[in-house]
Design a protein around this ligand. Sequence first.
Ligand code: PLP
Length: 394
Amino acid sequence: MSFHFADRIKRAPESFLSELFSVSNNPSIISFAGGLPSTSLIDTEGIAQATRQVMEEDARIALQYTTTDGYLPLREYIADRYRTRLGLPATAEEIQIVNGSQQCLDLFAKIFLNTGDHVGMERPGYLGAIEAFSLYEPVIDTVPLDDDGPDLAKFEQFVRTSNAKFFYGIPNSQNPSGRTYSQEKRKAIADILRKSDTVFYEDDAFGELFFDSKPRPPVKKYLPEKCVISGSFSKIIAPGMRIGWIYAPPEILAPFNVVKQAADLHSNFLCQKILHRYLTTHDLDEHIRRITRVYGGKCRLMCDLLNDQLPQVSHTTPEGGMFLMATLPPGISSRRVFDEGVKKKVAVLPGMPFYTDGGGEDTIRLNFSYPDEEMIKTGISRLAGVIKGLVHQQ
Ligand SMILES: Cc1ncc(COP(=O)(O)O)c(C=O)c1O
C-alpha cells in the first residue's frame, strides 16, 4: 500500500533520531549526544507534594477542560517573573501557555509562514526549530553565529535582502553551540530589526541556566513591539510536564490562540495546576541555583578534560545551558567519530543536522547536563581515544 502524504512531509529534514535512540537505549554507551536535563535534579518529592495538594483540594477543576490561553495564575506568575527578573513590563494577557516551547515553534511558523516565505536562523541552528519550520516549506536563510552572537554584517544583509517574516535566535547559551550573544549585539540586532518588517523570535530555553545566576537582558528589552520570547519549565522543573509559554504582543497572540485551539484546545491543565502549586510553595531561585552550580561544574570539567586530553580539538566555553560544540582536527569527520565512538561506547552528536545549507562535518555537539561527573571523565577519555585513533590513521 502506498500512501499519498502531503508534500510538506518530504520537506522535513532526514532525522538522525532513530540512530540516536538506539544509542541512548544502550546502557553501556556513555552518551553526550542527547539533550536531557539531569534526572537527579528534578525535585520529585516537591512535585509529588504539589500533586497531592492539587488532587486533594482541586481535583474536579484540575481534571476539567480549561481555556486555550492557560491557567491565569500561572500566566501571572510568569509575567511577574519577567517584571522582577528582567525588568520587562509583561502582563498575563501577553502570556500564552503551550505544550513545551517546542509547540511555539510549530504554531508560530503556522501563523507566519506561507510556502516559499523566508525565515532566518543562526548557523548552526537548533534542530527542533529546523524540523518545525521545514514543515511549512519556507526558504531558511542562515546567519553565521560567532562567539558573541550573529555576524552583524551578514545579519544586516539578511534583513535588507530577504524580506523574511521572522528571524529565530537563541541569545542565551544557544543550542547547539553553547554561545551567548553580547549585550552590544543584542542592541545592534534590535536596531537593525526596528527599521524592518522582520520579527525577532527569541527562544529563551536556557536563560535561567547561566552558571553565574545573572540574567542577561533579552533582545525584547530593546525591541518590545516586534519581538516574541518563548520560555519553558523543561530545563528548570521537569520536561515531562510539557509546559512552556510564549510572551508576545496581543496582535500576535490573537492568531496564535486560534491555531493553538485548533491544535489541542489547551495544554494539560492538571500539570499547569501542579506546576503553579509547586512554584508558589517552593523557592524556585534556590532550586535554579542548585541546577546551575551542578551544570557549571560539569561544563568546567568537560572543558578541562577536552583541553588536557584533546588539545587539537577546539570547543566553545559556555556561560550556561547544557551543550558545547567542538571542532575536530582537520580531516576528521564527525560521522566517523560517531561510528567509531559507538564501538568504543561513547556517543556524540555530529554537527551536520544543525547546518541547513550544508557543512558542519567537522563539528560535534556535546551535552554535559545529563551525564554525571564519572561518566564525563570516562566518556571524554573514550572520546579522546577515538579521535586520536582517527588522527593516527590519517
Ligand atoms: C533551544 C530549544 N528550544 C526549545 C526546546 C524545546 O523544549 P521544550 O519543548 O521542552 O520547552 C529545546 C529543547 O531542548 C531547545 O533546546
